[in-house]
Design a protein. Sequence first.
Length: 282
Amino acid sequence: RAKTLGKGQYHVFDPTMHAAAMQALQLENDLRKAIQQKEFVVHYQPIISLCTGKINGFEALVRWQHPTRGIVPPALFIPLAEETGLINSIGKIVLSQACHQVQQWHQEKLIDESIFMSVNISAKQFAQLDIVEQIDQIMAETQINPQNLKLEITESAFINNAQSAKAILQELRQRRIQLSIDDFGTGYSSLSYLHNFPVDTLKIDQSFVSKLDGTLESLGLIPAIKKIAETMKMSVVAEGIETEKQLAQLRELKCEFGQGYLFAKPLPEKEATELLAASPKW
Ligand code: C2E
Ligand code: MG
Ligand code: MG
Ligand code: MG
């Protein structure tokens, strides 16, 4: 477990390391229990068409409702979940909940096939041998239209296992499930993989959007990302839009879609459903 404690902190008798290790162990035990006791909930953040203001889809974001700590955000447990392999179980739970939500909204006639549910799949989860079977099983169980489902993976999912990644993505493409590259531009950047994989959407990372202040210089890499997407016939979603100024700049660049606190935070099921019910229909 020393790996999690940062470089150069390998003093066996360091009491702070001992405390940190104990804490990580406690968290791991808690995570295992959380899986058994179904303490995970999924919140849904709308993804908006920047030119019409209509809802284009939702991103499913996991929350851990810890019995004593309250709501624990993913940043505090996803890294450990990845390290311990627990992400595979958690990921399955999230995918299942998100697909059941699509099924319910579809039955309530709140969505048609033009509205997608975007689900984060970690690199480790993506590398599981039976990932396609897992997805097939949930699709069969919920009977949702595959066009309602979009998977978000980061560049790292391609890098370490390009061959198997390609095979998996082709399987997904055959099923008409869509694919986004999350946090685009922040990872290992070899653009060549984009050419080889069937990708529908690039998500412009929040770190680029938060720099937008109305000036030309603040655009940074965004125009280049937009250009890549255009060339490859992919759409872009800008993440973390918080201000009108940022929105105006993104619109000027003809970024089609966005999500952020300016529109809505990730919402619990009930509030997301109310928002959909109150929105103009497709
Ligand atoms: P992400 O996939 O890039 O998700 C976007 C994050 O940005 C979410 O944080 C969202 O709440 C946050 N966000 C959205 N709009 C704004 C905004 O205007 N301002 C700010 N400051 N933040 C905004 P969240 O929910 O805490 O998730 C963090 C990360 O945890 C996600 O980043 C994703 O990498 C991971 N994650 C969340 N849910 C899952 C999951 O179900 N499975 C996996 N594997 N990873 C997940
Ligand atoms: Mg995401
Ligand atoms: Mg993202
Ligand atoms: Mg991000």
